[in-house]
Design a protein around this ligand. Structure first.
Ligand code: DX5
Ligand code: ZN
Length: 221
């Protein structure tokens, strides 16, 4: 089994020392940094925009993935590319023409990812899957860190992962929401290759142990 990748969602980081906390997460073994961008319209919470990501540009040595939980994503994508995102994740529920959004993201070498909410079928990903670097299954309704994992996501991941194998394609399959060493094994077993976590990393008593435990999911049994 390939090693599981971990992306640290900064939603639970200390925003008073964001760069310091990002460096700690990288030091602990995180493969990526996950930026939860919320606009108070698409989701019931407001976080930050491109300038916060630009503040990290060139100062961290792992890819940055920007998870856009915003309306009118196409309008703001160029800003998130310029800010230094390696990946831009857009919601299937928030975008009218995914093909156009994917083209927009691919400008300047940025890589596209498509996200589905817990109540959106994995079927919506299929027409675009071969053009995506990344698919992301939400295992909570987006808006806040610290919510409980919704297990209904597991069969969706299993069906999509099997379909990808049948098609001979291998987008990164990520899961986001309520991921911890306790919930991770079932999504990895279903085919997830990348785990996004905020609380389980930044609120862990020992960050390094927590990240390593996520990364080792599936390798012990
Ligand atoms: C939820 C965000 C997640 C969130 C994860 O809207 O997209 O990335 O920060 O937080 P935890 O890991 O605490 O569920
Ligand atoms: Zn997220």
């Amino acid at each position: 089994m390939n090693p599981i990748k971990v992306s640290a969602s900064i939603l639970s980081a200390n925003f008073g020392d964001l760069l310091g906390d990002c460096k700690k997460a990288i030091e602990a073994g995180c493969d990526m940094l996950h930026m939860d961008v919320m606009d108070g319209h698409f989701v019931p919470n407001i976080t930050f925009g491109a300038p916060v990501i630009a503040g990290l540009k060139g100062k961290v040595n792992v890819p940055i993935d920007s998870h856009l939980m915003i309306d009118n994503a196409d309008k703001y994508i160029p800003d998130f590319i310029k800010a230094g995102s390696s990946y831009i994740l857009f919601h299937a529920e928030a975008v009218e023409n995914p093909t156009a959004t994917i083209h927009l993201i691919r400008q300047d070498g940025c890589k596209p990812g498509m996200v589905v909410n817990p109540n959106t079928s994995e079927e919506v990903l299929k027409p675009f899957a071969k053009d995506l670097a990344y698919v992301l299954f939400m295992s909570v309704y987006p808006g806040f860190a610290g919510q409980s994992f919704i297990p209904d996501v597991v069969p969706k991941i299993a069906r999509f992962s099997k379909w990808c194998k049948d098609q001979g394609i291998s987008p990164e399959i990520a899961v986001d929401g309520g991921i911890s060493p306790k919930t991770a094994p079932q999504v990895v077993e279903a085919g997830a290759t990348l785990l996004v976590a905020a609380t389980a990393i930044f609120k862990a008593p020992n960050m390094k142990e927590a990240v390593q435990s996520l990364k080792n999911t599936g390798t012990k049994n």
